[in-house]
Design a protein around this ligand. Structure first.
Ligand code: CA
Ligand code: CA
Length: 142
């Protein structure tokens, strides 16, 4: 599937789940429902058809189960900026406790500098702009 990996990386932006946490019934593989729950818990608001597609992109051998191997492979493919983006999303979700979906960029940066992402303030600022879009200093969840 051409461009599938890039598309998948974009869909999984903000997902930081561990396989063991996603595998709710601890049977060593993920069902479609378990994958959907993971995405929704991460704030994913895609259409059902996109959720389906995420699952099948992860399920490489099409047996309707995502094994740990398939899961890990999928996340290993995420390029490094996506991992940084994920760290930002995690910080964003932590701070946005009231679920308003908006934080000031300054607030987000004050949180971000405490994270071990190996970036200076300017890089973090640029990344925030890249991930969330710069809208007059307010950061809004998509
Ligand atoms: Ca399971
Ligand atoms: Ca599979």
């Amino acid at each position: 599937m051409a461009g599938g990996d890039e598309w998948l990386s974009a869909q999984l932006k903000g997902v930081t789940a561990k396989f063991e946490e996603v595998d709710k019934d601890k049977n060593g593989s993920l069902t479609m429902m378990e994958v959907f729950d993971m995405l929704k818990a991460a704030g994913y608001r895609g259409r059902q058809s996109d959720l389906n597609r995420v699952f099948f992109e992860m399920d490489k051998n099409n047996d309707f189960q995502v094994t740990k191997e398939e899961f890990v492979k999928c996340f290993e493919k995420l390029p490094r900026p996506s991992r940084r983006e994920m760290a930002l999303w995690t910080a964003f979700k932590k701070m946005d406790k009231d679920g308003s979906g908006a934080l000031s960029k300054k607030e987000l940066m004050s949180q971000a500098v405490f994270m071990d992402v190996g970036m200076n303030d300017e890089e973090i600022s640029n990344l925030i702009d890249y991930v969330f879009g710069d809208s007059d200093g307010q950061v809004n969840r998509h």
